[in-house]
Design a protein around this ligand. Structure first.
Ligand SMILES: Cc1ncc(COP(=O)(O)O)c(C=O)c1O
Length: 396
């Protein structure tokens, strides 16, 4: 028994039970963590059967492990995709898909507001292998279509973007890909399948840093690509060569984190909205970037294609230089100073210091990073405690 194959279950049921056997090895309610680097065969004929019949079983740990298979199936179901390939980090997932899909002479087009390491990997490293990276302004669909050449193989964007929270019109984005016979990829780390499902809009691949909301506890790194099984075949095959796989123990922790994904996301969304509304009316705050606010540039499209807006909020402090902004960060008692997002603990950071410190001021400015900007990754603490803490930090 177990979940019926053809029935549509609610997201919380899928978070808890999706991809899992109803009755498990050793009568355990949890999946045993299989600590094995290799998997053995009872005799030579079973090796031959495995190869000839393409049997689903373990062979060597770099190609997969049973705990990973459970998490991949759960993630594919949550995202309404056919298959999922899990990686040791979100960056490993980005590297995996780019390396599998692009060859010398091919081109990739990015919307420019995206995780700076993804951009860096393509522009600095794939260029060494003859891949051309083009960047166009985020959400400028005409510019993206104009950047496509006969060599373009992939269009990439985040939605929402980080740290500006711009929301891509996924129908338009996917349509540009289809019209030009180019595949599309959305990094939906900030949205999660709880708030938005890009595959339903016709996007080919959805990518997540599962380190964030999916795992949810700031205690592991993981990444995942979800899409059609056939399209993921070469990606999975290459991962087996690259070796960017998660350990069984990490997969177990991710599976455990996913059990509460639905309830955590409801709280992240509620806290995010409440804190964003509080910040917007605060006299010391100049501007708030949060797609759930009517003032946000992409609020309408966010409302149309998202069911909630998550816990990431960026804001600018009124008349503050970088030091006065840092003082506000330092006065916070609940959020801890650190990069990342999506965990139960709130985090706070000043992008100018945390991620862009080494860059010249002009380059920082070209990415829209201002000295008076603060980025908060709202956790699942009590809403009023978070608001009171921010209020005292802003008052100084
Ligand atoms: C939107 C987004 N995509 C990808 C990544 C990379 O993920 P990871 O840190 O798991 O390698 C990050 C990390 O911060 C991110 O914020």
């Amino acid at each position: 028994m177990g979940l019926e194959k053809n029935r549509q279950y609610g997201d919380s049921t899928v978070s808890v039970h999706g991809g899992e056997a109803h009755h498990k090895a050793l009568d355990s309610i949890t999946d045993p963590v299989v600590m094995a680097s290799t998997y053995t065969f009872s005799d030579t004929q079973s090796v031959i059967d495995y190869i000839e019949e393409n049997q689903q079983r373990g062979e060597y740990g770099r190609y997969g492990n049973p705990n990973e298979a459970v998490v991949e199936s759960k993630l594919a179901q949550l995202e309404a995709g056919e298959d999922a390939v899990l990686y040791s980090s979100g960056m490993a997932a980005i590297v995996g898909v780019i390396m599998a899909k692009l060859s010398a002479g091919d081109e990739v087009v990015f919307f420019d507001e995206c995780y700076h390491r993804s951009r860096e990997f393509c522009s600095k490293h794939m260029s060494r292998f003859g891949v051309v990276t083009r960047q166009v302004e985020a959400c400028n669909y005409d510019a993206m279509e104009a950047a496509i050449t006969p060599n373009t193989k992939l269009l990439v964007s985040e939605s929402p973007t980080n740290p500006h929270l711009s929301v891509v019109d996924l129908d338009r984005f996917a349509a540009i890909g289809k019209r030009n016979n180019v595949e599309t990829l959305i990094d939906a780390t900030l949205a999660t399948p709880y708030n938005c499902r890009p595959l339903i809009h016709g996007v080919d691949y959805v990518l997540h840093s599962a380190t964030k909301y999916l795992a949810g506890h700031n205690d592991l790194l993981a990444g995942v690509i979800i899409g059609d099984r056939v399209k993921l075949e070469d990606i999975r095959y290459l991962r087996g060569i690259l070796g960017s796989i998660n350990s069984a123990h990490n997969c177990y922790l991710l599976q455990r984190g996913l059990k509460t994904f639905d309830v955590r996301m409801a709280r992240h969304n509620a806290n995010g909205q409440a804190v964003a509304e509080f910040l917007e009316q605060h006299p010391r705050v100049e501007k708030v970037y949060y797609p759930g606010l009517a003032s946000h540039k992409y609020h309408d499209i966010a409302r149309a294609q998202m069911s909630g807006f998550g816990g990431l909020i960026t804001f600018e402090v009124q008349d503050a230089d970088w030091r006065q902004t840092a003082d506000i960060v330092d006065r916070c008692r609940i959020p801890k100073i650190g990069p990342s997002l999506g965990g139960v603990e709130s985090l706070i950071e000043q992008p100018m210091v945390m991620s862009y410190y080494e860059l010249p001021a002009t380059e920082r400015a070209s990415y829209g990073i201002k000295d008076n900007m603060i980025r908060m990754a709202i956790g699942i603490e009590d809403t009023q405690d978070l608001i009171d803490d921010l209020d005292q930090a802003l008052k100084g």
